[in-house]
Structures are given as C-alpha cells and as structure tokens.
Design a protein around this ligand. Structure first.
Ligand code: NAD
Ligand code: DAU
Length: 349
C-alpha cells in the first residue's frame, strides 16, 4: 500500500508514522506536514532514513501540491491527522482552525475523490477526530458513536465540521471513509501547551501550574501509543462509513491528575514530597470550558478487538521519564515563538 499520512510530524502523527513505517515495511509511507509550531521532524529521527518512508513539506490547503503528491505516489489510503489542535489557541485565532481543519480537510477529500473515482475499490480515507465534537457530559454518562454532535469551542466546531464533510463526501461522491473520535492523548513528544507536558515542564522549572477554574473538569486519558495502535486497527479492519470511539476508560478530574503527576515528579526529581503543591495556581477559567469527557469504547473493543495496553500509572511514569531525558527537545520547542504564546496565554491576563 501507498499511504499518505498528514500531520505526521506532530504529537500523535509521529507515533502513527513510526508504527506504520516499522510494522508495515512493505508499505510506502508519505508524511505530509507543513511544520507549524507543533510539527517537529526531531520526533521522527529514528525512522527518517527508512527506505519505506518519505517526508514532504507542505500545506494540506494547497490543492496543486496534494494533486501532485497523488500523481507521484498513487496513494491507496490517506490517514488524516493534520490539524490545529489546541483549544486555547482556537479561542484567540478561530480562523486559523477553520482554514486548516475545515478547508484543509475538504481539499484532501476533493483530491482523493478525483484521484480514486474511477475505482474506489481498496481505497480508504481515514479521518482522525476527537471526542470534543460531542460537547460536554454532566456528572454521568459516556459518549457513544450515536451521541449527537454539540461542539462548544472553535476547535471542536472545526473538527465537527470536518467530520461532517467526510461523511458528506462519502454519501455524495462515494468516497470510502472511516472516522475515529478519540479522547485526550498523553505521552512522549506532546507539545508543552497541553496540560500534562505543560505541567511537567513547569514543575521541572518550578514555575506556576495554572489550573483553570476549580480544576474540576474531567478528561479521559489514553496513551498515544495505544491511540496509534487503534489507528492501525481501524485503518485495516474498520468498516466503510463507520465511526469508532477510542478512549482509555480512564477518567481523571484535572486537580486529581495534577496531584498524581506532581507526586510522581517530586519523586523523580528527588524533591521533598509535596513540593509541587506550592506551584498550583488557580487562574481564570477557559471560556466555554467543557466539564467532562468520557468515551464508551466498547464498539471498537467488540468489533475490532482493540483495547488499551498501558495502565495510567505506567504511561505517566514513561512520559515523565521521556521528558526528563529529552531536555534538549523540550528546550528547543519552548524557545522562540513559544515564549510569546506563553506570555499571551498566561502572563498578560
Ligand atoms: P499536533 O498539534 O501535535 O500536530 C498537528 C500536526 O499537523 C503538526 O505536525 C502540524 O505541523 C501539522 N499541521 C498543522 N496544520 C497543517 C497544515 N495546514 N498542513 C499540513 N500540516 C499541518 O496535534 P495532535 O495532538 O498530534 O493531533 C493530531 C490529530 O488528532 C488532530 O486532528 C487532532 O484533532 C486529533 N486528536 C488529538 C487528540 C489529542 O489529545 N491530542 C485527541 C483526539 C484527536
Ligand atoms: O479530548 C480530546 C482533545 O483533548 C483533543 O481533541 C485536543 O486536540 C487536545 O488538545 C485535548 O483537548 P483539552 O482541551 O481537553 O486538552 P488540554 O490539555 O488543553 O486541557 C486538558 C484539561 O486541562 C482541560 O480541562 C483544560 C485544563 N487545563 C489546560 C491547560 C493547558 C488547565 O487547567 N490549565 C492549563 O494550562
């Protein structure tokens, strides 16, 4: 197979690229990424020289480029991860999210249909989406594949819109597609704007830990390698036109997660137990902040036999160890533009 993976230099994309390059040596894997602040080729140094891997720098909104790539490589499949992915950034610049997440996805869909329309057999467009499209849960219940879409942030609205365009291209033009909606990922290579790597970095540097609101919002955490494994399973075994929810059955209130992380970090850094607690700082809540996400992942378990392998404790230990032993990666990605982002998001309020 010849597979186009978009956003492969980002957090989840780099784990997906690595998995496909290593586990499918007979495939040709083309990684298209325009290397925004979140994209980093250092994430893929270990596979960069593999003969079944090619990197192409470019924007998913560039129709000429996508057509050229389809012509050069004759793709059989697309795994689409490229996106603007951070909710806080979507609040300050919603249009960037509409451009990449909606228009960029439409360009990929349009070019895929044109390239494949004479024979859709053995072709597949796999769209990677998020549980945030379902909106917010109350104290109980789970998101299933039947939960109506109810997005609250510009990020989730843009992802919901892109999911609907994928469906529409399937219904209208016959494009074979599959969609998965996953819960919060954590693990190595995540950009330190998201909760877990941000707090790891801030604890290392003894900087304040900005907890939004009362810290009572709840997320369902999944290790990124478990997500990459699920993506492999869905790409190969998922049914045409189906959606699969992917989650960790692992709900944590933010404040409880922060205590777990803080204790593990103090231990690893050989600091006095509880040292991290003086860094906890309650700050203004995120506007439109969803209270709770929790995925019912029984469909993918029953139909495709996938379940997560990491326990949360194991995964967090491995993640912390990775950040502690990759301080150069961390300082490279937190130099330059990151400083401006940090100032606008946390210091200028
Ligand atoms: P990320 O921000 O770490 O990476 C996004 C990648 O896309 C980067 O490499 C970036 O350079 C690239 N990119 C952005 N705009 C582009 C464009 N216009 N053209 C080409 N490349 C572009 O994101 P992530 O956390 O790895 O998320 C990947 C996908 O998974 C996204 O679609 C996101 O919505 C989805 N998702 C993420 C999570 C999570 O917890 N992180 C959970 C569920 C779903
Ligand atoms: O649910 C899947 C989604 O998870 C993905 O689609 C998104 O791409 C990904 O960014 C993530 O979204 P969240 O908004 O849930 O993740 P984030 O790490 O930004 O925040 C997690 C929780 O922590 C959330 O309740 C907000 C809170 N938070 C976050 C930051 C960055 C804080 O309290 N302080 C912070 O500084």
């Amino acid at each position: 197979m010849k597979v186009l993976i978009t956003g492969g230099a980002g957090f989840i994309g780099s784990h997906v690229v690595r998995r496909f390059v290593k586990n499918h040596p007979d495939y040709k894997i083309v990684n298209l990424d325009n290397l925004t602040y979140a994209g980093n080729l250092e994430n893929l140094i270990d596979v960069a020289k593999e003969t079944n891997y090619i990197f192409e720098k470019g924007d998913i909104q560039d129709q000429n480029l996508i057509e050229q790539l389809f012509q050069n490589y004759q793709f059989d499949g697309v795994i689409h991860l490229a996106a603007e992915s951070h909710v806080d950034r979507s609040i300050s610049d919603p249009f960037a999210f509409a451009r990449t997440n909606i228009i960029g996805t439409m360009v990929l869909l349009h070019v895929s249909v044109n390239a494949w329309k004479d024979n859709f057999e053995n072709k597949r467009f796999y769209h990677i989406s998020t549980d945030e499209v379902y909106g917010s849960l109350g104290e109980s219940g789970f998101f299933t594949e039947e939960t109506p879409y109810d997005p609250n942030s510009p990020y989730s609205a843009s992802k919901a819109s892109s999911d609907l365009f994928v469906r529409a291209f399937g219904e209208t033009y016959g494009l074979p597609y599959v969609i998965s909606n996953c819960s919060n990922n954590y693990g190595p290579n995540q950009f330190p704007e998201k909760l877990i790597p941000l707090f790891i970095n801030n604890i290392i540097h003894k900087r304040p830990l900005p907890v939004y609101g009362k810290g009572e919002n709840t997320r369902d955490w999944l290790h990124v390698e478990d997500h990459a494994n699920a993506i492999d399973v869905v790409f190969h075994q998922g049914k045409n036109k189906e959606t699969y929810n992917i989650g960790g059955w692992n709900e944590w209130k933010n404040i409880d997660l922060i205590h777990l992380l803080g204790n593990l970090m103090d231990n690893k850094l050989r600091r006095k137990s509880g040292d991290y607690q003086r860094l906890i700082t309650y700050v203004k809540d995120r506007p439109g902040h969803d209270l709770r996400y929790a995925i019912d992942a029984s469909k993918i378990a029953k139909e495709l036999g996938w379940k997560p392998k990491y326990t949360f404790e194991e995964g967090l230990q491995q993640t912390i160890d990775w950040y502690l032993s990759n301080s150069e990666w961390l300082s490279n990605v937190t130099s330059g533009a990151y400083q401006d982002y940090y100032k606008n998001q946390y210091l200028d309020q």
